[in-house]
Design a protein around this ligand. Structure first.
Ligand SMILES: *Cc1c(COP(=O)(O)O)cnc(C)c1O
Length: 354
């Protein structure tokens, strides 16, 4: 009898949203951007030199990092890039959450946080959101080994005002506070904490190209902080896998930052569709949480939400349903193109009147 099974690092993995092969499916389940990436990105990918595939990529991803530093008006040594923000977040957990005290995050938030904590054997404590799904900042004034907050939060879409986030950061000077800004580009102007990275040495802001820049498939994410934090992060990265971002991701990701006009236009279109669609859902009896993201979290107490989810799926419309306490009568619906949202409303109405 061999006993190798006693020594497995057994994990209960994160469950990503489904990626169906059928092109006819209206896919509103993983918060992807319905619009293509900037034409500059498409051109860069088309002209990508095959010869670059023969060589290792630039381990420092200098082209991308330099462009991000320029874009955010900070120094190159304040930027860390990874294979999507999941890679960046995982690396941050591994690097900075190494205390016996628990790390803190909300009970309802990005469901990857507890998975990394389990994987890296980091003790954690979830802090319940209030009955309106908002963060009560004084709940975070307890001994902890770190804090992670998605702002705006997922899957609720709710934004915590910047002064409240700042208060969490300033009242926890002995902990690294990660602010995951995956959806910040869909929030009102001036919402980001990026301009606080020079003020607080315990703040790390994480961003992704997957949602607002339409590049989920390319896998590009980054963190901004002070040079010391970025150095520790790089030390861990180079102790695990030096070549994270591939050459194409470095090139195309970098170019995406140059097309500010296209970026602003697609975001404005998504925000307009979001506001219109939120009203339409309310008109047919849904409670819709105020969203600062590219998705809505909506529920209707008079229906069986799982039945609606399955009905939509049977009609080739995929949304996300979490069968978890407190949120099992909500659907998370990514904002797609206008015509996709119209089709969705049509099918929801069909379900309500059947
Ligand atoms: C989508 C998402 C991420 C991960 O995005 P990547 O594609 O890995 O960059 C991280 N945090 C939150 C809250 C998200 O919704």
């Amino acid at each position: 009898m061999s006993n190798w099974k006693d020594n497995i690092r057994i994990v209960d993995p994160y469950t990503p949203g489904e990626q169906p092969k059928d092109k006819n499916i209206i896919k509103l389940n993983t918060n992807e951007n319905p619009y293509p990436p900037s034409p500059l990105v498409e051109m860069t990918i088309k002209n990508f030199s095959e010869d670059l595939n023969r060589r290792y990529p630039d381990a420092t991803a200098d082209k991308l990092i330099s462009n991000l530093a320029k874009y955010h008006g900070c120094d190159k040594n304040q930027v860390f890039a990874g294979v999507g923000s999941d890679d960046v977040l995982g690396m941050l957990f591994l690097t900075f959450f190494n205390s016996d005290k628990p790390i803190l995050f909300p009970d309802i938030t990005y469901s990857f946080y507890p998975v990394w904590a389990e994987l890296f054997k980091i003790p954690y404590q979830t802090i319940p959101l209030n009955s309106s799904f908002e963060i009560n900042i004084s709940d975070y004034n307890i001994p902890n080994g770190g804090i992670v907050i998605a702002n705006p939060n997922a899957p609720t879409g709710i934004y915590l005002d910047k002064s409240s986030v700042e208060e969490i950061i300033s009242s926890n000077p002995d902990s690294i506070v990660i602010v995951d800004e995956a959806y910040i580009d869909f929030a009102p102007e001036g919402s980001s904490c990026i301009d606080l990275i020079d003020k607080y040495d315990n703040l790390v802001v994480v961003r992704t190209f997957s949602k607002s820049r339409s590049l989920a498939g390319l896998r590009v994410g980054y963190a901004l902080s002070n040079p010391e934090v970025i150095k520790y992060l790089n030390d861990v990265k180079y102790s695990y896998n030096s070549y994270t971002l591939n050459s194409l991701a470095i090139e195309a990701g970098s170019v995406s930052i140059d097309d500010e006009a296209y970026f602003r236009k697609t975001i404005a279109d998504i925000v307009n569709t979001r506001e219109r669609f939120a009203k339409e859902l309310e008109n047919i009896g849904f409670d819709v949480l105020k969203s600062s993201t590219n998705f809505l979290f909506a529920g209707n107490k008079n229906i069986n939400t799982e039945d609606l989810f399955n009905y939509l799926k049977a009609n080739n419309i995929y949304v996300r349903y979490f069968k978890s306490p407190r949120i099992d009568n909500f659907l998370r619906i990514t904002i797609g193109k206008e015509e996709e949202m119209e089709r969705l409303i049509e099918k929801i109405n069909e379900f309500l009147t059947q």
